[in-house]
Ligand binder design. Structure first.
Ligand code: KIV
Ligand code: ZN
Length: 516
């Protein structure tokens, strides 16, 4: 049997539950089309099992599992079921179109769950386990059984439940840390205990499913490997109930980066990790924290001057894996106040500017001043420094004034005055809101055709008299620039940010003509 050979070989099966456990987390719900998109991406990522949903939970869940089972071929598709007849039958109905269907049956095994939630005795739960696994086995060969809250269950009872499931036909037994309670050593010990006390442990796959309440989801999952666990259940970006599930990208990259230590591998196409993470964030609208391991915006960004210098000389100094290995095109050096001259010069060069040593020195002084005020200095800022201080470029648009009228009972309108190449132009216009009215009027005056990609407003300090800082990102003819503006009036700050971005765009166009 293929699966057995794989696991003897120390291959770790990656069971992705983004569409089931992940989707259960607040704000992560997806419609059928979105689930299908994620499932297709998971296929590209080459996970071994996709848990597509919990078919009995709702008609939408049922249809989504069925759709994924019909459309995503050549891969195991799992559907979750409690131990009752309807759940198992519904799961089978949804999974019927799958090439390789798996019914995943679960029941809680801790006394606290038995008493407070299920109101069942241990004997009753054993019976429910035997019946439901046997029923599932009547439908499909591949049956997984999970003991919910395993890490807070009595160990001997847990072994008894697992043995019952195996005897009834389960081919995978899953040991979940449902509430993210265990620790790596303790969890490894539990895996060892289960493995040494079930009969013929090599005839089944031992799986782990760890939640992240104490931030140990990934560490606990990996600790289980040395005791023979050969399937890990995880989610993209670590989404899931409460603090989430173990993050797929962290597990896979730990296995790859520390292959000699773990002596195990996965078949995941790691170059698809970043695209998978981005797709999920775009679909759910839940962005990844910047310092998130592997896929966070800063995961490959080196800010300290000494680090940047090292990375530029030899990547291995501060990079244990390459950005390319997770599908990021290159490492992103975020410049900040700790950045050194070497990193600054390299960045200027990579932006296409060939400057003399003297010009670099001048620009570096300005860069340091700006970096002191601003936490991060982006490419657009560097281009502006080079253009303003070195190439002596003049701003084309200058905002003279902006006034708006808006409220609950009127169409928002704006009057904007701009100086353009020494001509003063005033125009009025309307829009969906005051910012829209201002932006439409500015676009009309400047006759630009850029697209607004991002608009963000932040308060610089606390209180209602705080300055608002607006940042925008605009795009025109594949040039993307960002602009910022601040003012105690956020409409004025918005206008400043837009004008700032238009000036940078203009500067890009001029530089292109000049061959910079
Ligand atoms: O966390 C958990 O126990 C689960 C089971 C259904 C596997 O998600
Ligand atoms: Zn879970």
């Amino acid at each position: 049997m293929k699966k057995k050979e794989d696991t003897m070989n120390n291959k770790i099966l990656i069971f992705d539950t983004t569409l089931r456990d992940g989707e259960q987390s607040p704000g992560s719900s997806m419609n059928m089309q979105e689930k299908l998109k994620v499932a297709q991406q998971l296929k590209r990522l080459n996970v071994d099992i996709i848990e597509a949903g919990f078919p009995i939970a709702s008609v939408g869940d049922f249809e989504a599992v069925k759709e994924v089972a019909s459309m995503v071929k050549g891969i195991t598709i799992a559907g979750l079921a409690r131990t009752n007849r309807e759940d198992v039958e519904r799961a089978y109905e949804a999974l019927k179109p799958a090439d390789k269907p798996r019914i995943h049956v679960f029941v809680a095994t801790s006394d606290i769950h038995l008493k407070a939630k299920l109101k069942k005795t241990r004997e009753e739960v054993l019976q429910m386990t035997a019946e439901s696994v046997a029923r599932a086995k009547g439908f499909v060969d591949d049956v997984e059984f999970s003991a919910e809250d395993a890490t807070r269950s009595d160990k001997d009872y847990l072994v008894e439940v697992f043995q019952t499931a195996i005897d009834a036909g389960a081919t995978t037994i899953n040991i979940p840390d449902t509430v993210g309670y265990t620790t790596p050593d303790e969890f490894a010990e539990l895996i060892r205990y289960v493995r040494t006390n079930i009969k013929a442990p090599d005839s089944v796959i031992i799986s782990v499913h760890c939640h992240n309440d104490l931030g140990l989801g990934v560490a606990n999952s990996l600790a289980a490997l040395k005791e023979g666990a050969r399937q890990i259940e995880c989610t993209i970006n670590g989404i899931g109930e409460r603090a989430g599930n173990a993050a797929l990208e962290e597990i896979v990259m730990a296995l790859k980066t520390r292959k000699n230590f773990f002596q195990c591998y996965s078949d995941v196409v790691t170059e698809q990790i970043y695209p998978s993470s981005r797709l999920l964030s775009q679909i759910t609208g839940i962005s990844v924290q910047p310092n998130k391991a592997v896929v966070g915006g800063n995961a490959f960004a080196h800010e300290a001057g000494i680090h940047q210098d090292g990375v530029l000389k030899e990547k291995l100094t501060y990079e244990i894996m390459t950005p390319q290995s997770i599908g990021l095109p290159s490492n992103m050096l975020v410049l900040g106040k700790h950045s050194g001259r070497h990193a600054f010069r390299e960045r200027v060069k990579s932006l296409g500017y060939e400057l003399t040593d003297e010009q670099i020195d001048n620009a570096f002084v300005v860069f340091k001043q700006i970096a002191d005020k601003k936490k991060e200095v982006y490419d657009e800022d560097i281009e502006a420094i080079v253009a303003d201080r070195v190439l002596h470029w003049e701003e084309k648009y200058k905002l003279e004034s902006v006034n708006i009228a808006s409220g609950t009972d009127m169409l928002p309108s704006a009057t904007v005055k701009i100086t353009m190449d020494a001509n003063v132009v005033t125009e009025s216009g309307s829009g969906d809101g005051p910012v829209d009215a201002v932006y439409k009027t500015i676009t009309s005056i400047t006759k630009t055709k850029s697209r607004l990609m991002r608009y963000q407003v932040n308060a610089i300090t606390g209180g209602t008299d705080a300055q608002g800082e607006v940042s925008v990102r605009i795009e025109e003819d594949s040039h993307t620039v960002s602009g910022t503006g601040s003012d105690t009036d956020i409409i004025v700050a918005s206008a400043k940010a837009y004008i700032n971005a238009l000036n940078k765009l203009e500067q890009k166009k001029v530089n292109k003509i000049k061959g910079f």
